[in-house]
Design a protein around this ligand. Structure first.
Ligand code: ADP
Ligand code: MG
Length: 771
């Protein structure tokens, strides 16, 4: 055991030595590892520094190469380009100005040179930028190379470390194995083993720490690698940007080149234009200059001639000045004399006017006298003919053929075709079928107005039934005849004289049928009225009970006509037949008073629609028809007799032979005017009646009534010689138609019976002397 003990001791010492060795080795390993880790740390540090440096380098490179600067440069170039373009535009404007103004001195050449210089400079700058770009690329290449080297080295050191680790771990395994083998040794050794184990745990811990550190370092290296990769990517992208920028630069350059080319061309063109314009301007200026020279010469000569004119003008001006100074005085004097002259002239004109007015009045009176004389000369019975148109009632065929023709040159001649022969008649006027109511009335209106002046007027419509008598006298509602037109005219005439005269117009309407006189406006139309002699012995006639209505307007007349028609119609079974067998009378009385002279006038207008003139009796009519025909024949021939007696100036005029002539005695005799409107039908079947009517017309036309005179009762009118003027207070002289009796008519001062009789006697005397 001792031996084994010694052996063990020995072994223990050996092991202790060995342990010491191991410890020393461990310490050395630790130192080694420490230094190694320090070295690694230093390496990592240096790598970090290098990375930093590289990052800075890349930053620097990027800022050098970098988008910002290039972009700035590009923007600068673009701005420059824009500026150049604007300059070019300005140049064009100037060129236009130059073309207009054709200025000689221009600074464009200099500007051109400057521009060219600037273009060259820009080019140089672009060149420089390109060079710098190449340098930067080189640098980038170098850096990449260096980076690759560093990477290689890093790989090597890592491999070394891996080897070292391998080695250390092998040794550890060996030691562990040794420890394990030692453990399996006897108990004595256990303690040592324990200590070794304790110590080896420490070693293990240190190893673990170094391993963890190693891991950390590896992670760091991985991170660094990643950073490196990112940097590479960044480098690549910056390279790409650089390539793009380069392409842009190229593009700009090309554009610059093009712009420059254009500019050169334009400059060339401008130069040519300028030269041409200058030449033109020069030639024009020369021509103008020549003209100006000529003008100058003319002006010079003008100036020479103007000088004496100026002298005379100055002289004139001076004299005018003197005149102007004297003018107000002269003017005043002239005005004074002119005023006096004008006053005198006005006075003369006034007196001339007065004289003229006096003469005018005299002429006016003379004219009236002449007019009356003319009417007298024309005769106071006038006969007109009116031919109605052929109507439907005439039927058709040869019976309705026209037999009446007219003379184109003489409106008083009418031809009738009778038994194959043409018979001609001469009347005062003939109205053809187409003559209007208006035209007919125009020929009648002078007669109507003379009624206002105090003349008695009779207008008869004569002719066979259906020849147009009623049409002419009454007309239709739309186209009225003489009756209504006459009253309208009277109203308007009277209105025109209202300043000096007072007028009263009244109407009566009567009918004579079978020699019986009836009032158409009375309350009892069937009552037969009598024509009576005034009981005062004046010889005046009046109709007691005949209604006389005062009319003042057209409405009044219409009412009167309507009333008359109604009365007439109620009295007979067949109005048409009845009216053709009776005479219808409208008696209009116009009474006037001249307020200034007191002259009174009375005029009567008798409008008579006669009964049909056809000879019925001869065709063997009987009874009432025969009686009617006899009465009509009697009254119409009485009218003819009266006219004949008057014409032949017989002492006795048979007025009393018919009611009609007896009633109209006053309006037919002496101072009256008569119009006979002979109506004829142009139809063949009426030829014989037409012939009779026209013969009657011719007979009547040849009769002269006495000279026309105006019935005047008071005052005098010197221009009317034929006016009857008597002395003393007068009253109206008329057939009093009103029921008021013979003493006078309504609204007028009535004369005493004695006065009337003396007045009537004087009139009768006058009538007899005039025939
Ligand atoms: P009288 O009274 O003579 O018997 P009318 O006046 O009654 O005749 O006329 C007979 C017809 O002839 C009526 O229908 C009338 O309208 C027509 N007539 C007469 N004269 C004319 C004329 N000038 N224009 C148109 N029609 C007329
Ligand atoms: Mg009739």
């Amino acid at each position: 055991v001792m031996a084994s003990m010694a052996h063990l001791q020995e072994e223990k010492l050996r092991l202790q030595g060995e342990l010491l060795g191991l410890q020393e080795k461990l310490a050395a390993r630790e130192n080694d590892e420490l230094s190694c880790s320090l070295q690694l740390q230093g390496q990592v540090e240096s790598l970090k520094a290098k990375l930093l440096e590289q990052a800075q380098e890349i930053g620097r490179l990027r800022s050098e190469l970098g988008g910002t600067d290039t972009e700035k440069h590009r923007d600068l170039l673009a701005a420059e380009n824009e500026r150049l373009r604007q300059e070019m535009k300005a140049c064009e404007g100037e060129l236009r100005e130059l073309r207009q103004a054709l200025c000689r001195d221009c600074a464009h050449q200099q500007e051109n040179a400057e521009l060219q210089e600037r273009v060259a400079q820009l080019r140089r700058e672009a060149e420089e930028v390109r060079g710098r770009l190449v340098e930067l690329e080189l640098e980038v290449q170098q850096k990449t190379n260096r980076l690759a080297e560093v990477e290689l080295r890093l790989k090597d050191s890592m491999a070394e470390r891996a080897e070292e680790e391998e080695r250390l771990s092998r040794r550890l395994r060996d030691s562990q194995e040794t420890i394990a083998s030692l453990k399996s040794q006897p108990q004595q050794i256990k303690y040592i083993i324990k200590t070794v184990e304790v110590e080896s745990a420490k070693v293990k811990q240190a190893l673990c720490e170094s391993q963890s550190q190693n891991q950390y370092l590896q992670e760091q290296v991985g991170m660094q690698r990643q950073v490196l990769k990112e940097m590479e990517q960044q480098l690549q992208s910056s390279q790409k940007t650089a390539a793009q920028l380069r392409a842009q630069i190229m593009m700009y350059e090309a554009e610059l080149e093009r712009a420059h080319g254009q500019m050169l061309e334009e400059m060339q063109a401008m130069e040519e234009e300028k030269n041409r314009a200058i030449e033109e301007a020069f030639s024009r200026a020369q021509v103008e200059m020549k003209a100006v020279h000529e003008n100058l010469a003319g002006v010079r000569t003008n100036l020479l001639t103007l000088q004496p004119a100026l002298r005379t003008l100055t002289h004139d001006y001076n004299s005018l000045k003197r005149q102007v100074r004297d003018f107000p005085l002269l003017l005043q004097e002239t005005l004074r004399s002119a005023r006096a002259e004008i006053g005198q002239a006005i006075e003369e004109v006034h007196s001339t006017n007065r004289e003229l007015l006096r003469k005018y009045r005299r002429e006016l009176q003379l004219r009236k006298k002449c007019h009356n004389e003319l009417v007298r000369l024309k005769g106071n019975i006038r006969v007109f003919g009116r031919v109605r148109p052929i109507t439907k009632e005439d039927g058709e065929g040869p019976e309705a053929a026209n037999v009446v023709t007219f003379d184109a040159d003489d409106d008083g001649v009418l031809h009738l075709l009778h038994k194959g022969k043409q018979v001609s008649f001469e009347l005062d006027k003939v109205f053809p079928p187409q003559a209007s109511q208006e035209e007919v009335f125009q020929e009648v209106q002078a007669l109507v107005t003379s009624c206002i002046d105090g003349y008695n007027v009779c207008i008869f419509a004569y002719g066979q039934t259906g020849a147009g008598k009623t049409y002419t006298m009454e007309g239709t509602a739309a186209n009225p005849g003489i009756n209504q037109r006459a009253l309208q005219l009277l109203f308007s005439e009277v209105r025109g004289k209202v300043a000096d005269w007072d007028y009263a117009i009244s109407v009566s309407a009567a009918e004579i049928y079978n020699e019986a006189l009836r009032d158409l406006l009375g309350k009892e139309p069937q009552e037969k009225l009598e024509i009576k002699l005034c009981p005062d012995g004046s010889g005046q006639l009046y109709v007691p009970g005949l209604t006389e209505l005062k009319v003042e307007s057209v409405e009044d007349i219409n009412k009167v006509f309507e009333f008359g028609h109604v009365n007439r119609a109620t009295e007979c079974t067949n109005l048409n037949e009845h009216s053709s067998r009776s005479h219808a009378l409208l008696i209009v009385t116009v009474r006037g008073l001249d307020r200034s002279t007191g002259l009174r006038t009375t005029g009567k207008l008798n409008l008579v629609d006669l009964a049909g003139s056809e000879r019925v009796g001869r065709s063997g009519a009987e009874g009432s028809r025969l009686r009617e025909a006899q009465h009509i024949n009697k009254s119409l021939s009485a009218l003819g007799d009266v006219i004949y007696a008057l014409r032949s100036r017989q002492g006795h005029v048979p007025f009393r032979n018919s009611k009609l002539t007896y009633l109209l005695q006053d309006s037919l005799s002496g101072d009256s005017k008569t119009l006979m409107m002979v109506q004829v039908s142009p139809a063949t079947k009426n030829t014989s009646e037409t012939l009779c009517s026209l013969k009657f017309a011719e007979r009547v036309r040849s009769v002269e009534l006495g000279p026309v005179s105006r019935r005047a009762e008071l005052g005098s009118w010197p221009s009317h010689e034929h006016l009857e003027v008597t002395e003393g207070p007068r009253g109206p002289f008329l057939i009093p138609l009103s029921p008021g009796g013979p003493q006078g008519c309504r609204g007028h001062t009535s004369p005493s019976p004695g006065q009337l009789s003396s007045r009537a006697a004087s009139i009768r005397r006058k009538l007899q002397t005039s025939g």
